[in-house]
Design a protein. Structure first.
Length: 141
């Protein structure tokens, strides 16, 4: 999205978040600075889109949630919306991400190409059961 579209979408989300905080009494569960925390924005966006699909009655996505399912999803995600650092009403920036270790990307690619976990043939999780079942094709379980 271009910057103007991002601002418009965030304003739309902010109106809905205000409604959510009031309706579900989450004013202490969702910090006022929610929009400054990308993970919280992602969770709220997912909740908002699920709410729209659930409550607008517009058919289409095939992933519509029943109202009780949406409320269950809200309660399941509520802990992810809470930020202890910002609980006092004063925004605290997230910790700075540690820089990537030099050579980490190359080590990852090397792992993908050489580790037995990535190169060995697939195995059934229960070789004993596979061999028993193949020895007696119609054996009862």
């Amino acid at each position: 999205m271009d910057p103007a579209d991002r601002r418009a979408r965030l304003r739309e989300l902010a109106i809905w978040v205000d409604w959510l905080r009031t309706t579900f009494e989450l004013h202490n569960g969702i910090p006022q600075c929610w929009y400054r925390h990308s993970a919280v924005v992602e969770h709220l966006t997912a909740l908002y889109l699920g709410w729209v699909r659930t409550y607008t009655g517009v058919p289409g996505s095939g992933r519509d949630l029943a109202e009780a399912d949406w409320i269950s999803a809200l309660h399941a995600l509520t802990p992810r919306l809470q930020l202890a650092a910002c609980a006092t009403g004063r925004h605290e920036a997230a910790p700075v991400r540690a820089p990537d270790r030099p050579g980490a990307a190359e080590e990852f690619e090397d792992y993908l190409l050489t580790s037995s976990a990535m190169t060995d043939p697939a195995q059934h999780p229960s070789p004993v059961e596979v061999s028993r079942a193949s020895a007696q094709p119609d054996a009862p379980l």
